[in-house]
Design a protein around this ligand. Structure first.
Ligand code: DON
Length: 583
């Protein structure tokens, strides 16, 4: 894709009056040496500072993550988990790090049986053992060069001196508060520590601290000092671990069972990347327990059988992309769980012949609900999991001056995780365990691959991805938040770049469309953020082909970097607070 910028111009001219050329839309940023893209300008600035002062992408990630946990607390942080794809320029090797949260040792498969999503979410039961602090240390130990304590400087200063509450944070606090019966009868922000931190308080108006309010977080600063001094051990043992376990076990809604032993036993696992060949490009990402690389890989592998045309919003392409999404989600829901516990036919699901046989199921009309296929290879007998909603995650893409590339999707699962802030420590707990299937078995007793089991990691949709060209050189770093929509957002970003020749910002500015084996979702255009297009005409055309269509917000948070001959081209997602840095 080193010719991608030139190609982009040609393709866009071919599109005639393409809205992509609209000057009021965000434009790509180009740098010569290094780049970091995150969902927040302060986090990007922290990463940029580390890169500029000679840090690697791994060093920069530590600075980015510590700031994100402070300024975008609803999405990721020390209390959550993450997946990272790392490409090492010196060795040419690519590897992945699984820092997914784990179920406690005492978890049983009926943990969530009969509970509503909200009841499970806003409880101690949903909290998995966090992986993010350990991931920061592992990445730094293996790929960092800057002194560990130096990576905490920005986050510490912001926590101590203050930073502005973003409009996104304030809006999300208010929308959750609005779900409570009353200010005194609160499930959301039931935890008094989180309530005091994020709101004006019950005595004032029980509303979110307004956007722009400068707040400090001295407790988070103290936690960062512990990590700076003791490393991840300072998180997983001692007072901090005891406080995490206590916060879970004394949850005001439903107490959970996570213990200090669970924390002490946590380990990040390095796993081989899952890669698919797509039109001569290698697309590499996170395998199980994430369904990300498998589902993105299946979508691409199925699309490879078709000529996609030249319009990223063309009816035929949107149809094909939706059908590929249906087929990929059918397999994902049946087969994917934590491979430390269940056998997943990883290679079979990406087998070229198998994917061609799946592509052959696509006709000119919507296929309706797709059934799972039977990929080659071994797998456990399993029943499909029904989809649940997921909504707090962030994506970080970094390329450093040596050419190392890092793609990390980092999460606390839903907005503000499980809603509990660890008292005295200034960070929120995750609710990642709600990513498990609530039902352990189908009606006939067949087990579901993603059922709860002790010390298991819940299936994810997170799809941190690095794309390589035919020579094995990094050409794209991409990924997004968005729950199970992450798969479509990420796959679409790759097709927009590889097939339609769009630069990263243009690829992000294209309105989203996808199908998770239900209705076909079309994104309402956002003035100044996405291309304008006739969504009603596209909806009508798809309905004429039998698609059930829903139109609405599809709030991705893509962070993309493209490597070109003379530098790096970045795109950030202005559906959220995306920001690009580097030079
Ligand atoms: O791992 C997953 O797939 C989900 N817990 C991610 C949640 C998410 O992306 C929410 N984002 N907006």
């Amino acid at each position: 894709m080193r010719r991608a910028v030139v190609l982009a111009v040609i393709v866009l001219l071919g599109l005639g009056a393409s809205p992509a050329l609209a000057e009021d839309l965000p434009q790509a940023v180009t740098t010569q040496r290094e780049m970091v893209v995150t969902a927040n300008p302060l986090a990007t600035a922290a990463g940029e500072h580390v890169l500029r002062t000679g840090g690697t992408a791994a060093d920069a990630f530590v600075a980015v993550q510590t700031v994100l946990g402070l300024v975008e607390p609803q999405s990721s942080g020390l209390g959550g988990g993450a997946f990272a794809v790392w490409h090492d320029a010196a060795t040419g090797e690519t590897t992945t790090y699984d820092a997914r949260e784990k179920a406690p040792m005492t978890a049983t498969e009926d943990r969530f049986l009969g509970l509503s999503f909200v009841t499970a979410w806003q409880s101690g039961l949903s909290v998995g053992v966090p992986g993010t602090p350990e991931l920061m240390e592992v990445l730094h130990d293996e790929h960092g060069t800057r002194p560990w304590p130096s990576l905490f400087t920005r986050a510490l200063a912001l926590a101590q001196d203050g930073f502005p509450v973003t409009a996104r944070t304030a809006d999300q606090v208010d929308s959750l508060l609005g779900l409570n019966p009353s200010c005194s009868d609160r499930l959301f922000f039931r935890d008094p520590v989180a309530f005091d931190y994020f709101t004006n308080g019950a005595e004032v108006d029980c509303a979110a601290k307004p956007a722009g309010t400068i707040i400090t977080n001295p407790d988070y600063a103290a936690t960062l000092k512990t990590l700076r001094k003791d490393g991840a051990e300072g998180f997983y043992t001692g007072d901090l671990a005891a406080a995490v376990a206590d916060a879970v076990q004394t949850d005001p809604a439903i107490p959970g069972d996570l213990t200090v032993e669970d924390l002490a036993a946590y380990e990040v696992v390095e796993r081989a990347p899952v890669c698919v060949d797509y039109r001569g490009h290698q697309v590499c990402g996170m395998g199980p327990p994430s369904s990300g690389a498998l589902a993105v890989g299946q979508i691409l592998g199925i699309l490879e059988s078709f000529d996609l045309g030249d319009d990223p919003l063309g009816e035929e392409f949107v149809h094909l992309f939706s059908q590929a999404g249906r087929l990929a989600f059918a397999d994902r829901n049946l087969y994917v769980g934590d491979t430390d516990f269940v056998t997943v036919p990883v290679e079979g699901m990406l087998d070229k012949d198998y994917l061609a046989s799946r592509a052959a199921l696509i006709t000119d009309v919507d296929m309706g609900t797709a059934a799972p296929g039977t990929p080659p290879g071994e797998f456990d007998p399993s029943a499909p999991q029904t989809e649940s909603t997921e909504s707090g995650t962030s994506h970080v893409s970094i390329v450093d001056r040596w050419g190392n590339a890092l793609s990390v999707t980092t999460t606390i699962e839903s907005s503000f995780g499980n809603g509990v802030m660890v008292d005295g420590y200034g960070f929120l707990l995750n609710n990642e365990l709600t990513d498990f299937s609530f039902a352990p078995t189908a009606g006939d007793g067949t087990p579901i691959a993603n059922r709860v089991q002790p010390q298991k990691r819940p299936r994810s949709s997170m799809s941190p991805t690095i794309v390589f060209d035919g020579d094995g050189e990094v050409e794209l770093v991409t990924g997004s938040p968005g729950g199970s929509s992450i798969i479509g957002y990420t796959a679409q970003s790759i097709v927009n770049a590889v097939d339609f020749g769009l630069d990263p910002q243009q690829a992000i500015n294209v309105p989203h469309h996808q199908n998770r084996n239900g209705s076909t979702n079309l994104e309402d255009p956002i003035p100044g953020v996405t291309w304008d297009y006739d969504v009603d005409a596209l909806k009508a055309a798809l309905e004429a082909r039998g698609h059930p269509v829903s139109v609405g917000a599809l709030t991705s948070g893509l962070s993309m970097i493209q490597v070109v001959d003379d530098g790096l081209v970045g795109g950030a997602d202005y559906r959220r607070d995306g920001a690009i840095g580097g030079r």
